[in-house]
Design a protein around this ligand. Structure first.
Ligand SMILES: [Zn+2]
Ligand SMILES: [Zn+2]
Length: 429
């Protein structure tokens, strides 16, 4: 578990050891879910702060120093973001508090972002604090992000298709907790992996269980839209085909509360060849027929290290994998994707430059109106820019050390595949 959690850390923007400890080490607090409960926690925090202050009155100066609040990030200190109807963004770190995801996205020039709302590898996490909720909402507004452009990613542990009632209930509790976090933060969308049969049920049985869990969760919450992610499709995983996704959607009673997020790497690994413009159109037509285009609520933009129909989920930097950058030109000139969060989940090598370059290149690509043949040539040149950023990031002294660790972890991930699949999950995203 340690290894896999660390793999995620390698994709974080600026993660300090201390901050990571914050998000990954839940304190033994009660899991409280309502706004009132959050206030209660904030109140007890305030009490603790007061008593700490009174007990240290003999050393007022020192106390003030350690309690100094970090300065609130100012939007004007951040680079201007590209103006585009295609909302290209990044899955950013929320280490130290969900509110930190906002400046982490802004400094990359991201026009949308994804984040984890709690530790993605633990069943329970401390409740959101009132401070975090307020700061997150205030920063969304001051940095100019609409909640429609934020697509939180659910915990990897959740498997709503598990036929074991106890395990499924545990998943449901974790899922519901995530949805409640979304609503506390004023978010509209929540992306999750549909689940797995774990080899103990038929696909249609698992699919019915997933739909039933969604119906139950929709009744227990107000408005958040549960967004199913398409998967690469190893083993018993549900959701690699549009048919699976369509079947889950058909079982959902409130159709306004369900959507789909398409991951380009997962599409390709599952056998949807989106490398050509015709292939992309055909894939969209197929999606429309099996699920329905209005259900498309977001995308994950990832290139693929693995081959077409390999069922292997291996994300690669944009333009450096088997999809190639030209594939993203079809996507980023398709007006059906206007206004949807389109987030990167590519390797970052623990520096910001790679993601910043990928965002910049994708924005330039979306503005390219050249005929396809010419666009392909330009895309190849742009892909070189990403390659250079990746080479630079992985050749620095610091990055070299981190890179070594990353390689080790990736090797370990292959070993983990089977184990993860048993849990219903095949990848980090
Ligand atoms: Zn993936
Ligand atoms: Zn995912």
């Amino acid at each position: 578990m340690q290894t896999r959690r660390s793999t995620r850390v390698s994709q974080s923007v600026k993660v300090t050891t201390e901050a990571q400890a914050d998000i990954d080490a839940p304190r033994p607090a009660k899991r409280l879910k309502t706004a009132a409960a959050v206030k209660e926690i904030a109140h007890s925090d305030a009490l603790a702060t007061n008593s700490a202050a009174s007990s240290s009155r003999q050393e007022p100066k020192r106390q003030r120093k350690t309690k100094a609040k970090p300065e609130e990030p100012k939007p004007e200190d951040f680079p201007a973001r590209a103006e585009s109807l295609w909302k290209v963004g990044v899955h950013v770190s929320a280490a130290g508090g969900v509110e930190n995801a906002v400046p982490n996205a802004a400094k990359l020039g991201a026009n949308s972002f994804a984040l984890f709302l709690k530790s993605q590898r633990k069943w329970t996490s401390p409740a959101l604090t009132e401070h975090s909720i307020k700061a997150f909402k205030a920063r969304l507004e001051s940095f100019g992000y609409s909640p429609a452009h934020v697509l939180p990613h659910g915990s990897y542990l959740i498997n709503l298709g598990n036929p074991d009632p106890e395990k499924r209930e545990k998943s449901y509790e974790c899922f519901l907790d995530d949805l409640q976090r979304c609503e506390l933060l004023g978010l509209e969308l929540y992306n999750f992996h549909p689940g797995s049969t774990v080899g103990q049920a038929t696909r249609s049985e698992s699919i019915a269980l997933i739909s039933a869990s969604l119906n139950r969760a929709h009744k227990a919450t107000q408005s958040v839209v549960t967004v199913l992610e398409n998967m690469a499709g190893a083993g018993n995983i549900i959701g690699a085909t549009f048919e699976d996704l369509g079947d889950i959607v058909r079982g959902v009673e409130d159709k306004t509360r369900v959507g789909v997020c398409l991951d380009t790497c997962h599409l390709f690994a599952a056998g949807y060849d989106i490398r050509t413009k015709e292939g992309w159109q055909k894939t969209m037509d197929d999606f429309d027929a099996q699920v329905g285009l209005p259900y498309l609520r977001g995308m994950h933009l990832n290139d693929s290290k693995a081959l077409l129909a390999s069922k292997r989920d291996r994300h690669e930097n944009i333009g450096m994998g088997h999809l190639g950058l030209a594939a993203f030109h079809h996507i980023l000139t398709d007006t059906r994707l206007h206004g949807l969060p389109l987030t990167l989940e590519t390797p970052s090598f623990e520096v910001e430059d790679v993601w910043r370059k990928e965002v910049e290149v994708l924005n330039r690509l979306s503005a390219l109106t050249a005929p396809e043949g010419q666009a392909v040539g330009w895309a190849q040149e742009m892909a070189e820019e990403v390659r250079t950023a990746v080479q630079y990031a992985s050749s620095g002294k610091d990055a070299k050390e981190k890179g070594k660790r990353t390689v080790k972890k990736r090797g370990r991930r292959d070993v983990d595949d089977e184990e993860e699949e048993e849990e219903g999950h095949e990848c980090d995203h």
